[in-house]
Design a protein around this ligand. Sequence first.
Ligand SMILES: [Zn+2]
Length: 90
Amino acid sequence: MERGINFTERDISKDMDARRELMKRKVMGVPAFIIDDEVVVGLDMDKIESLLDYTVTPCSNCETKLRIPKDKGKIAVTCPKCENKFETTT
Ligand SMILES: [Zn+2]
């Protein structure tokens, strides 16, 4: 099953509801993400990925960070940038 990432960008300088929501959750930094009930402050991609059942692995050729599903065992990955094919275990 594919799970997409849906999020709504809200400007707390204009959006009072969004600002109240963050204050209620005691979020002090922006940008912030709320995924289910977890709050991720700032662009902490590792945290976000971990909440979304994905992991990040670098391409073995060009080091581009690739997002791959977790807990799949050994999987074949094709880098979208350099088209390098390699196997990794998640
Ligand atoms: Zn690559």
